[in-house]
Write a protein of this length. Structure first.
Length: 319
């Protein structure tokens, strides 16, 4: 029996049983239907990502040590979670919220973001948040030498660098002629998740495992590979993704998140297409101007540029 027919039969056999949770109406039938077609939720969703990494220090330490460019001496051993709302020090400043934020015993700050769609605004927000974390350490009468580094880890479910197969991009403040000369303080890591393949990194086992966890497990997953389950922290994270561990309200919020992502992606595609069309039209106008200047006939210009007779007429009036 196909899935559609199964759901239709289920709806006929079981009446809808409604309940209330935090002022949201949800149904028992909805939960059972979800469990019939899904075993796990996607870890990249806002709800699941924060649940997995927002209250499990050892798990977050494992992720950070695996994905950040830290030497043996720089490895993280203990962390303390911090409030994810970054409040400005000056009145009238901008409040921002990050997904996960923590500090370690050295006082270093670690900010983690899961982003579904790339945009220039997101890049600027990352810089803003990291700078705010760095500046917030300064106390009246304190020494600048006491300021500790801020590490910003950004997992992006989108491709934003198209001229290289590299999917990990690490940034620091370096001299423009000598990259060995570094101003320490701000470290940025951006990871393009869609580019990742397990064989792209040979020697960093935990990096591969965590990236596989983030890219391979989703609502279509029925069985999880044994090597993911065998790692203690990743295995526990997989257990927390089981749909049976979520409340009805959480499942409702999860679905709404993906609805929002779908709408946002559609809007971005529409803007890209509109911008592309406007750019092509602008290029056609520039070519037509040059052709008119050389005395070419309007019919040939219209044929070669795709412009209308009215557009050609307006161009001639401008010249």
């Amino acid at each position: 029996m196909c899935l559609h027919a199964t759901i239709k039969l289920f709806q006929q056999l079981f009446p809808e049983i409604s309940c209330r949770y935090e002022n949201k109406t949800v149904t028992l039938r909805y939960r059972i239907l979800k469990q019939m077609v899904m075993k796990y939720l996607d870890p990249k969703a806002d709800l699941t990502f924060k649940k997995i990494f927002g209250n499990h220090p050892k798990r977050l330490i494992s992720l950070l040590n695996a994905l950040l460019p830290l030497s043996e001496e720089e490895q993280i051993h203990e962390i303390k979670y911090l409030p994810t709302e970054l409040v400005p020090q000056l009145e009238g400043g901008k409040n921002t919220i990050v997904d996960v934020l923590c500090t370690d015993v050295r006082g270093r700050k670690f900010c983690v973001e899961m982003q579904m769609e790339w945009s220039d605004a997101f890049q600027q927000r990352v810089l803003f948040n990291a700078s705010k974390l760095y500046v917030s350490q300064a106390k009246k009468g304190g020494k600048y030498s006491e300021l500790q580094p801020v590490y910003s880890l950004n997992l992006v479910n989108d491709i934003f660098v198209h001229d290289t197969p590299d999917f990990i991009h690490n940034y620091r403040i370096v001299h423009d002629k000598d990259s060995n000369k570094v101003i320490e303080g701000l470290h940025f890591t951006f990871i393009e998740l869609p580019k990742f393949t397990p064989h792209s990194i040979a020697d960093k086992r935990m990096m591969v495992l965590w990236l596989r966890f983030l890219t391979e497990i989703n609502s279509n997953t029925k069985e999880v590979p044994a090597d993911l389950l065998n790692d203690p922290e990743i295995g526990k994270a997989v257990e927390e993704l089981e749909i049976s561990g979520f409340t009805d309200a959480e499942l409702w919020a999860y679905d709404k998140f993906w609805d929002f992502v779908s709408v946002e992606r559609t809007l971005l595609d529409d803007r890209y297409q509109k911008g592309r069309e406007e750019g092509m039209n602008q290029r056609s106008l520039e070519i037509a101007r040059k052709m008119l200047a050389k005395g070419m006939d309007e019919a040939s210009i219209m044929d070669m540029t795709g412009l209308t007779a009215e557009e050609i007429k307006l161009l001639k009036a401008e010249m």
